[in-house]
Ligand binder design. Structure first.
Ligand SMILES: NC(=O)C1=CN([C@@H]2O[C@H](COP(=O)(O)OP(=O)(O)OC[C@H]3O[C@@H](n4cnc5c(N)ncnc54)[C@H](OP(=O)(O)O)[C@@H]3O)[C@@H](O)[C@H]2O)C=CC1
Ligand SMILES: Nc1nc(=O)c2c([nH]1)NC[C@@H]1CN(c3ccc(C(=O)N[C@@H](CCC(=O)O)C(=O)O)cc3)C=[N+]21
Length: 298
């Protein structure tokens, strides 16, 4: 029997989006500004397409302008950089997101570096990661921000808690660890070379799994009462649902983990929806900063 409280990312993200919609209305009526978010996709990555479908719909629902650019998989780096520069210069665009991963022939770092840091609503630009690392006020990556909001809502003050982040990517693991550190957790970052992952996870009051391997964090590793945030989005075959069917699972063995955890996010319906909500929130934040508006006085 699962004992863990389910952290409902779907419901929480709806609340965050309501707040965003209010801010968008205030920006329009009090300042005559409609925030605009531009998303650029190169090629066809199935995971990205799910994300973009949800995002385009929700951007429009908050009242923002959504600009969507699909470019073929063989787009050259120069053409993509020219598109980024065009969006940098466009005053109707307050936020720019270039879907990752990009095709192999394009240098991702060069593309991210080309985005105006003030419009970098993903928070991936080196200026923004530098600001996050040094306590400055940049754009915070959406997925870790969404995880942090759910953790704060579940736990309140996290000072002194032991947190482990499994995964050290620039877009999830590292910024997540930074945010947990800022929240005064004692943070361990685990990765593919970690010696005793089960033992490390077993110590943690907070577990954030961002590995990209279906159910690799086992339920019996989880400390009793721990809070578990599952970032993983893995599509696996589900023959029980019929031939050729698939389903989404996280990086945590959900059923077994829910028997030990105090609280846990599901997949789907956990981190994913919060990521999109935070993208919209970041777009409002970026719009305010670009127009010297204090978001608290909207
Ligand atoms: N819900 C959402 O909104 C989002 C979900 N995701 C999902 O989150 C997951 C992680 O994404 P991302 O960070 O981009 O992935 P990356 O592939 O960039 O990073 C994966 C990390 O996991 C580590 N790792 C791999 N195998 C193991 C292992 N056996 N034991 C311990 N650590 C391991 C890697 O270690 P090393 O560095 O040593 O190679 C690496 O640091 C994916 O499932 C992705 O789809 C991603 C973004 C948003
Ligand atoms: N520049 C960039 N920024 C990103 O933030 C980014 C990216 N590139 N590339 C791809 C990954 C992946 N990602 C997801 C976000 C939400 C869901 C999401 O909404 N998931 C739903 C599931 C939807 C379904 O049912 O399939 C859920 O978890 O409930 C999924 C995946 C953002 N990413």
């Amino acid at each position: 029997m699962p004992t863990a409280k389910l952290i409902d990312g779907k419901a929480f993200s709806a609340k965050v989006r309501e707040g965003v919609a209010k801010d968008v209305t205030a920006l329009k009526t009090n300042h005559g500004i409609t925030p605009g978010l531009a998303v650029v996709i190169v090629g066809e990555d199935p995971a990205s397409q799910v994300y973009v479908r949800n995002k385009v719909k929700q951007t429009a629902e908050t009242g923002m302008n959504s600009f969507h650019f699909e470019m073929p998989a063989d787009t050259s780096e120069d053409v993509l950089l020219a598109k980024v520069n065009e969006l940098n210069a466009d005053p109707a665009v307050n936020g720019i997101l270039v879907q990752l991963p990009l095709p192999k022939h394009i240098n991702e770092a060069a593309v991210i570096d080309a985005i105006n840091p003030e419009k970098d609503v993903d928070g991936f630009h080196v200026i923004n990661s530098g600001l996050l690392a040094t306590g400055g006020k940049g754009m915070v990556p959406c997925t870790p921000l969404g995880c942090l909001l759910m953790l704060q809502d579940t736990l309140g003050d996290m000072s002194g808690k032991k947190a482990i982040v499994v995964g050290r990517s620039n877009i999830v693991g590292k910024p997540m660890a930074q945010l947990l550190l800022d929240a005064n957790c004692t943070v361990t970052i685990a990765h593919s070379r970690t010696k005793d992952l089960a033992g490390e996870v077993a110590e943690a009051d907070i577990v954030v799994a961002a590995v990209g391997r279906a159910e690799m964090v086992k339920g019996d590793w989880i400390k009793e009462g721990a809070t578990v945030i599952d970032v993983g989005i893995n599509r696996i075959d589900a023959p029980e649902r019929g031939e050729g069917k698939s389903r989404l699972v996280g990086d945590v063995e959900f059923g077994a983990a829910a028997e030990r955890a105090g609280a846990i996010t599901p997949v789907p319906g956990g981190v994913g929806p919060m990521t999109i909500a935070c993208l919209l929130k970041n777009t409002v934040t970026a719009t305010c900063r670009q127009n010297n508006i204090d978001p608290d006085t909207l």
